[in-house]
Ligand binder design. Structure first.
Ligand code: HEC
Ligand code: HEC
Length: 450
């Protein structure tokens, strides 16, 4: 008996040896990657002695670090996102479960906790990707949809503290040390480092040499300061503005989103107070979000008012935008006195462009994750990377198919997903399948851009 067990032991060890000899050992992690790893652990696992939520409850990696109604529908009833449904102390004036489930909206008390019944806003959850490119403005850091940050200086660091107070509390008293504990300085550093490591670390340089006829035209309209005018506020499809002859960094504008008629949340008849944006009382401005990450992370705008990327582009052709202060500024600067005027074909072309740059970013991230998974020493890290590649690749497929774009690229992305799934399951051929998956991602990319 003993002998047999020992032999199996030898077999297992030698097989493990074969597995290991096949991969290069990763270098020991440096201080920065240790900090990021600590931040990741806090972000996804730390409840700060609160109601059970973590940052990852609303910013899950498997859903582009955001939540929407479709994702919410997959969660079990006892998921801490739904604390308001099962914790009596949080039943009233904490969340609105109906609006959360139907539209992915979260209740927030940006103007203070003194009148919870009347002073709140309903906002969508932004992804936390590409924060490295989308927080700095000359007037200081701008985080959150209106750039207020959470209480404090608007930095990413103080945002985490604000998020704990807003979303993690056990009761509406919100007493630190009783209802939750506040993050320590070291924890804030680690969570900041982790969040800054997510997604793009720099802006694109447009124009890209796109291959698709319609996306290419969409890019031209996007960049045309006399037609689409998008690049004035979303320079290089990022989150910085260059409006009125100088770079404004991650600026704020009142683009009239709050004036949209028939906003889904309001159609329910539920109380949805007007969101007055930046500062308290607010100046009705909101912060420019990056667009590269947009197409797979809807619904769009701070109030999740629009579900599709085509609809979000079409917003700029409507009265709410053109009669807004930002629309008026564009009219004033235009020799013909028009704000943004687009026709159906042009709206679809811009959306096609946004779909393609989103897919290119998903492919970039997927290749990076696949390469990291090959170098990963820990199988848990490998698994995590491959799982994300599968999600990102599904997004790429969905985003292209949703616009009827690049069926040739979609076929390669489907094969990339299959190879990644095999890599995740396989012990011995994982590297081979990972290599195949990288090749398929690159083949897909070659159909989109030169
Ligand atoms: C209950 C859901 C929920 C939880 C839990 C949550 N967030 Fe958020 N997060 C949101 C919402 C909603 C916003 C938009 C806030 C606003 O506009 O003021 C947001 C915005 C953000 C932003 C701003 C992103 C940008 O582009 O400016 C950051 C950063 C962020 N959250 C980090 C965190 C961290 C760190 C934690 C954990 C300590 C956390 N969040 C927990 C819902 C949540
Ligand atoms: C005057 C500045 C300005 C111009 C011009 C502008 N945007 Fe925006 N954009 C913003 C601001 C500010 C927001 C956030 C508004 C909000 O949520 O209330 C935004 C949000 C968006 C969003 C939603 C992103 C998300 O993650 O929810 C999309 C998509 C978008 N813009 C696309 C465009 C396109 C396409 C154009 C050109 C047709 C354009 N924008 C022109 C300032 C601008």
């Amino acid at each position: 008996m003993y002998k047999r067990a020992a032999m199996i032991g030898v077999l297992v060890i030698s097989l493990a040896g074969i597995g290991l000899s096949g991969c290069k050992m990763a270098p020991p992690p440096d201080r920065q990657s240790q900090l990021i790893a600590k931040g990741r652990d806090l972000f996804f696992n730390e409840t700060f002695a609160g109601n059970g939520r973590t940052c990852g409850t609303c910013h899950p990696a498997e859903n582009n670090f955001t939540i929407d109604a479709a994702f919410i529908a997959t969660l079990p009833k006892d998921n801490p996102l739904f604390v308001a449904e099962f914790n009596p102390a949080l039943k009233e004036n904490f969340e609105n479960p109906a609006l959360m489930r139907e539209f992915g909206l979260i209740q927030e008390n940006l103007d203070g906790f003194d009148d919870l019944k009347n002073k709140f806003v309903m906002r969508g959850v932004p992804h936390v990707l590409a924060l490295r490119t989308s927080v700095q403005s000359p007037a200081g850091p701008r985080t959150g949809w209106s750039g207020d940050g959470a209480p404090g200086d608007g930095s990413l660091r103080s945002f985490a503290t604000g998020a704990v107070i807003q979303h993690f509390t056990k009761t509406l008293n919100r007493v630190p040390g009783v209802d939750f504990r506040l993050p320590t300085d070291e924890e804030l550093d680690a969570m900041e480092a982790f969040q800054l490591s997510l997604g793009r670390q720099q802006d694109l340089v447009l124009p890209l040499r796109l291959k698709g006829t319609v996306p290419k035209r969409g890019q031209a309209i996007f960049l045309d300061n006399k037609l689409g005018k998008c690049n004035l506020c979303h320079v290089n499809a990022g989150a910085t503005a260059n409006f009125g002859g100088g770079t404004l960094g991650n600026a704020n504008f009142n683009t009239g989103v709050e004036d949209l008629p028939d906003q889904p949340a309001r159609l329910t008849g539920k109380a949805v107070p007007r969101d007055d944006g930046f500062r308290s009382p607010g100046d009705r401005t909101f912060n420019v979000p990056p667009l590269v990450e947009a197409a797979d992370s809807g619904p769009f705008f701070h109030n999740n008012a629009i579900e599709t990327i085509e609809g979000a582009v079409a917003f700029y052709d409507g009265d709410s935008f053109n009669n807004s202060p930002a629309g008026a500024a564009l009219k004033k600067a235009d020799p013909r006195g028009v704000g943004i005027e687009l026709d159906g074909t042009q709206i679809v072309a811009i959306a096609a462009f946004l779909r393609v740059i989103n897919t290119l970013e998903n492919i970039r991230q997927s290749i990076e994750l696949l390469e990291a998974s090959r170098a990963a020493a820990a199988s848990e890290e490998k698994r995590r990377n491959l799982d994300r590649v599968i999600r990102e690749t599904q997004d790429s497929i969905r985003v292209l198919e949703g616009g009827g774009l690049h069926p040739d690229a979609v076929a390669h992305l489907q094969e990339a997903r299959r190879q990644t799934e095999k890599a995740a399951r396989s012990v011995f051929f994982s590297r081979k399948h990972t290599g195949e998956a990288i090749r398929e991602q690159k083949a897909a990319r070659a159909f989109l851009a030169e």
